[in-house]
Design a protein around this ligand. Structure first.
Ligand code: ADP
Length: 433
């Protein structure tokens, strides 16, 4: 106990001073007492100064040798440490919550009751094109300038969201927004970008409409011929006519069959993102495709084959065969008689492998090229149908390419011909030693 030590020290010092005073009857005792008191006061004020210095930054270790201050400082230090630990915990929690809010895939904006922006996360920044240094404190209603949102914001019931169409640099976005009151007088605006979902929905609707349309035409023709054959009185249709009708019906049935086969192939390809890695004997695969395509051409085209028979692929044989054949079939389909078709299967200097089919056919105008691999996209619908095309060949080829880490590349000039290439990444390429 410091106060006890101080008391003992003082009692001892005073008794000593009084004894000296009593013994020698001079001022020595009083002088000694004054010096002792002076030393003691200096010592104490130095301790106080140390404590005062520490109190400016009480999180640091407390000073030692501070006499009677030790107990006070120790409990003050303990208190400060516990407060500082609690503050650190709160800061950590706060950071974790803010990071989670930032990482939300939903856009979130906090607003005061006058719709002034207080905070927003990264998704909101992207969806509403907000800027942190400019838009904090701005009124959201002025920023959005959407009458629909203004009237939604003015109503009191926000239990249902509102969908806004916004346009930024020519791109239309569809954003679902909902206001949620929280705390006292504060609002949370939650946003979800529906653009991609709506696009997918449109694609799905178009796809169903396209399939129905593609099926309806051959079905109408088939039904028409069947009705004619069934309704015609005996002997009204000659054998030659009957034969013609049956041939045409057969053609339409084949068309439907080709369509269904391509649709099933597409749906199979969509089930998994990557194809297996089995070594394919490419010389054999291309050899088989060559036989088929030359038979299809029936001598109407001149073929040139530049095949590296030692270059193999790791992939799914049936898929690769279907992609390679699609490109060959198209070359034959869209190259008039007498045209030249060049097929190449070679290794590139960078270790990739290239399969390309070049024809001297009708070619494709540049505006169509980016859309060729869309389902049912055809440059000339009538011509494609006439030639037995389903409009799905390049969509299938593109899918096969993606599943084999390859790119489909198209180069074409209207009236001069086209080159369709599949470029396989090096890890998919295998050479026979
Ligand atoms: P299709 O069954 O109609 O051939 P694809 O998906 O294979 O369907 O091809 C889409 C369209 O691309 C074709 O309708 C055709 O207009 C065009 N096309 C494909 N290959 C060629 C080619 N070699 N030359 C010219 N046009 C082509």
């Amino acid at each position: 106990m410091n106060w006890r030590r101080t008391l003992i020290f003082f009692t001892f010092w005073s008794v000593l001073a009084a004894a000296i005073q009593y013994k020698f009857q001079t001022a020595t005792g009083w002088i000694l007492l004054s010096i002792g008191s002076g030393v003691w006061m200096t010592w104490r004020s130095r301790q106080s100064a140390r404590v005062a210095r520490w109190s400016l930054n009480p999180q640091t270790d407390p000073p030692t040798d501070i006499g009677p201050w030790e107990d006070v400082v120790a409990s003050l230090y303990r208190y400060t440490r516990s407060q500082s630990d609690a503050l650190n915990d709160m800061e950590e929690n706060n950071t974790a919550i803010m990071s989670a809010a930032q990482a939300l895939p939903l856009g979130a904006v906090t607003l005061n009751k006058d719709f002034q922006i207080r905070w927003f996360n990264a998704a909101a920044e992207k969806q509403l094109h907000l800027q942190i240094d400019q838009d904090i404190g701005r009124n959201l209603l002025n920023l959005l300038r959407s009458p629909e949102f203004v009237s939604y914001a003015r109503q009191t019931d926000w239990s249902e969201p509102v969908i806004l169409k916004t346009s930024q640099s020519g791109q239309t976005q569809s954003i679902m927004m909902q206001l949620v009151p929280y705390s006292r007088d504060l609002l949370l605006l939650l946003m979800r970008d529906l653009t991609q979902i709506e696009k997918l929905e449109t694609t799905r609707r178009d796809f169903v409409a396209n399939v129905s349309h593609e099926m309806r035409t051959p079905l109408t023709v088939l039904a028409g011929f069947l009705e004619t054959l069934l309704d015609a009185p005996p002997g009204a249709i000659s054998d030659t006519q009957r034969q013609t009708y049956l041939t045409m019906m057969h053609e339409q049935a084949q068309r439907m069959q080709a369509l269904v086969t391509d649709l099933l192939t597409l749906s199979d390809l969509e089930t998994s993102p990557s194809a297996e890695r089995v070594a394919i004997n490419m010389a054999a695969l291309i050899g088989a495709a060559r036989q088929q395509i030359e038979a299809l051409s029936g001598g109407r085209h001149v073929f040139a084959w530049h095949i590296d028979s030692e270059l193999n692929l790791l992939g799914h044989e049936a898929e690769i065969s279907s992609a390679f054949s699609n490109l060959l079939t198209n070359a034959v389909r869209y190259t008039p008689d007498g045209g030249r078709i060049t097929v190449t299967w070679q290794r590139e200097p960078n270790g990739r492998a290239r399969y390309s089919v070049t024809d001297t056919g009708i070619g494709i105008a540049s505006e169509h090229v980016p859309r060729l691999s869309e389902r049912f996209y055809r440059v000339d619908r009538g011509r494609s149908r006439e030639l037995g095309g389903t409009g799905l060949g390049l969509a299938i080829t593109k899918h096969v390419a993606m599943r084999h880490d390859a790119q489909l590349d198209v180069k074409s000039k209207l009236g001069q011909g086209s080159t369709f290439s599949l470029l396989f990444d090096a890890p998919r390429v295998a050479c026979i030693a």
